[in-house]
Every structure is written in structure tokens, then in C-alpha cells.
Design a protein around this ligand. Structure first.
Ligand code: SF4
Length: 399
């Protein structure tokens, strides 16, 4: 998967940006800017972002009309096309395909949907990995001639953005994805191990072509709990790093400041220097619109909540944020106006203050002194239920 026959000049890759109201037409036009002849007679795996249970319009998952256009364009070029995904922990692949609208467009076209988690994975070594020595690759992925990454353009609370390069993490088998969030910090660098791990992963796993869905995107607390943002663009190119660099600029970001892109480019996996990328059309920068960043601390939005976060993954953060959004008004029932609700998520906490709300399986060791919510990821309604039970017990003890 490391060579790139769709791209005749990987040192100076091409990226095309198409803008318009119709995501299907944008995608067809963007793909029309490339010679797709190399896929004739080949198998193509489309890898959209369908990692969460969410309908179109929320900015969470890839627009089904972008996926429909990709099926049509690659099929017309003579490829045998399938769609695959391995979603975040707790999400069933086929249910996510249904809710996203991607199952409907695939079924209309007799395009197979693959649950990439169904088969046993292939342990794939990373010869020069700095923080990971191997990945558990979903077995279907290397059986395809071409893999096409089709992410939705999103801000990511942990990695800055999530685009074509990071979307390939959805080819890692089941819970093995979570392991990348749990790596210890290296002492000789300020870079987070998660970003280095994505750079390691890219040395053995990157797409042959990328189509970045910028129709309804996500800003703020992405990847799961941010705000939808319409940009009405599609970005396409055969170097995923180059496509991501262009998408970053459209989002008001510089790819050199996105650690996993900087690290992956330094590993020789792609080009992020816009001066080396041939971007068409010339006026592409006119479509840029700055995306708001994820807040650094969830407590910022919820002043009566203190979040203690150690090495959590985005699933836990999203759950917590959605819980606070939904049940935030009821928190005064559980904590007095002078108190703050202290919530711990992630792994490696020690000596948490008594009464801390410990959310998620990673905090299980701390449960004795606190209020524990099981689950990986936990669900918001369960957090609410556990808090209610705790309040009832406390009031019964007080009587
Ligand atoms: S409990 Fe939360 S932080 Fe821990 S692995 Fe599960 S989702 Fe990630």
C-alpha cells in the first residue's frame, strides 16, 4: 500500500478542491480531476468515517452522498467497490452504517458493506515504530488493491483535526484502537504518544486515495460532540497527507502544527508543505473558514464541574460532554452551589479525592473512594442513573 500508482509525482502531489451545494456533484467533479484508470479491474475498499451512531447532518459521520458518488465513480472506472468500517468501542458497524444513511446508498448500488471487526485481525509489524511495534490490522483491508479514505472534516479534541490520515485508524481491529490512547508519554519529546503512534501507523497503513467530505463538518468538541459546520467542499488527492494539509488550511489550520501530520510527513509518509502541493483550482483558498477549536478543558463550559482527565480516549470525553449537555441542568440536585462535581476519566489516576465520580472502566481501580460508572465507553444515561442512586443513598444515610 505504500506505492501510489494514482499519483505520478508523489514529491509534488496533486489535490483538487470542489465547492458547491450538492455533495454528490462535488465528489464526482473532484474525482473527475484525476485519472482513475489504475483501478480498472481492481478491488477498491471505501473507508468512510462511520465510527459513531449518528445520522447525516450532525457532522459526525461521512455524508452518504459523498460515499454514493465515490461508489459510482470508482465503479464507472471499472473497479469492484466495497465499503468497510471498524467503529469505536460500543458501536455496532452495521447499525452505524444504517443510521448514517450509507447502508441505503450502498444497497441501492449492490455495494457490499463489510464489518471490518468480524474477522480475526492480522498482527502487522511497524519496523521503525517509535511508540508502537505493530498494529492489529482488520483482515479485509490488505486484501484490497486500493483503499480510499473518506473522512468527514472535523476538529479532534486530542489530535487537532481528524482527516484522511487519522481516519485509517478505523482499519485497526476492535478495541486495539484504544491502545493508541493509552501509551506512556516519551521523555525526550513534548509530542503526545498518540500523535507519534498515528505517525508510526502511517508508515504501514495509509490510503491510496483520499476524498475528504467537507459538506457538513464538525468544529469545537470533535470528533463526537462538536458543532456541525457547513463548508460545502470536497477535497480529493492521492497523497493523504497533502489532502489533509489542504483541508487543514480550509479549516484555518496549518498542517505543520498538527502533530500527527508533522510527524507522519517527517517519517516520509507524505507531503504537507503547501508550496510542494499542486492544488486546483487556483482560488481554492477562497473557500476557507476558520473552525473553532475544541475547548482545552470541559470544565470551562460547565463551571460547577471539574474534569480530571488522564489518557482518556475521545469516546469517554464525548460521553461525558453529551451527559453534561443533556443533564447539566440537573447537577445542582447532586452538588451544592458551593461544591463542584469532580469527574475522573481515563487511566492512571491515583489518590482521587473522596466522592469523585469515576467514569468508565479505566477508572475502576479508583472506585472504592468514589462513585463508579462502568462501561467502555460508558453511556450518559448510566452516569445519570449512578448519580441519582448515589444521591438517594446519601439522603437515606442522612435521615
Ligand atoms: S473507559 Fe473510556 S477512556 Fe477507558 S478505554 Fe474505555 S472509552 Fe477509553
Amino acid at each position: 500500500m505504500t506505492d501510489n500508482s494514482l499519483n505520478p509525482n508523489p514529491r509534488s502531489p496533486r489535490v483538487h478542491v470542489e465547492r458547491g451545494d450538492d455533495a454528490y456533484a462535488n465528489t464526482i467533479a473532484a474525482l473527475g480531476a484525476f485519472d482513475l484508470a489504475p483501478v480498472k479491474g481492481k478491488t477498491v475498499l471505501l473507508k468512510p468515517n462511520v465510527g459513531r451512531m449518528a445520522a447525516f447532518g450532525t457532522g459526525v459521520n461521512t455524508n452518504p452522498r459523498v460515499v454514493a458518488a465515490a461508489i459510482d465513480a470508482f465503479s464507472a472506472a471499472g473497479a469492484k467497490v466495497s465499503i468497510g468500517e471498524s467503529p469505536i468501542t460500543g458501536v455496532k458497524t452495521m447499525e452505524a452504517f444504517e443510521l448514517s444513511g450509507i447502508a441505503a446508498v450502498a444497497n441501492e448500488r449492490d455495494c457490499p458493506l463489510i464489518d471490518l471487526d468480524a474477522r480475526a485481525p492480522i498482527e502487522t509489524p511497524i519496523p521503525n515504530g517509535r511508540v508502537i511495534e505493530s498494529i492489529k490490522l482488520c483482515a479485509d483491508v490488505p486484501e484490497f488493491d486500493f483503499v480510499v479514505s473518506i473522512p468527514v472534516m472535523k476538529i479532534h479534541m486530542h489530535t487537532g483535526v481528524t482527516l484522511a490520515v487519522k481516519n485509517m485508524k478505523g482499519c485497526l481491529w476492535r478495541r486495539s484502537k484504544v491502545e493508541l490512547h493509552m501509551l506512556p508519554q516519551l521523555e525526550d519529546t513534548p509530542d503526545k504518544s498518540l500523535d507519534i503512534a498515528i505517525g508510526d501507523m502511517a508508515t504501514v497503513l495509509r490510503p491510496r486515495f483520499s476524498i475528504i467530505d467537507g459538506s457538513v463538518c464538525m468544529e469545537g468538541l470533535g470528533p463526537g460532540a462538536g458543532t456541525p459546520k457547513e463548508l460545502n467542499v470536497v477535497v480529493a488527492g492521492s497523497d493523504a497527507f497533502a489532502a489533509d494539509a489542504v483541508a487543514c488550511r480550509l479549516m484555518g489550520r496549518d498542517a505543520a502544527e498538527i502533530p500527527h501530520l508533522r510527524i507522519g510527513a517527517a517519517n516520509g509518509c507524505g507531503v504537507i508543505d503547501l508550496d510542494q502541493i499542486q492544488v486546483t483550482p487556483n482560488n481554492w483558498r477562497d473557500h476557507a473558514s476558520a473552525f473553532s477549536a475544541a475547548p482545552k478543558n470541559l470544565s470551562f463550559e460547565f463551571p460547577n464541574v471539574e474534569v480530571l482527565d488522564r489518557n482518556s480516549c475521545s469516546a469517554c470525553q464525548s460521553t461525558l460532554l453529551l451527559f453534561l449537555k443533556r443533564y447539566g441542568d440537573t447537577l445542582p440536585e447532586y452538588v451544592s452551589a458551593e461544591e463542584r462535581l469532580r469527574v475522573a476519566i481515563g487511566k492512571g489516576h491515583e489518590n482521587l479525592p473522596e466522592g469523585t465520580l469515576c467514569v468508565g472502566q479505566c477508572t475502576v481501580r479508583q472506585k472504592d473512594g468514589g462513585i463508579f460508572v462502568p462501561g467502555c465507553p460508558p453511556v450518559g444515561s448510566q452516569i445519570h442513573k449512578v448519580l441519582q442512586q448515589h444521591a438517594q443513598k446519601k439522603s437515606a444515610d442522612d435521615e
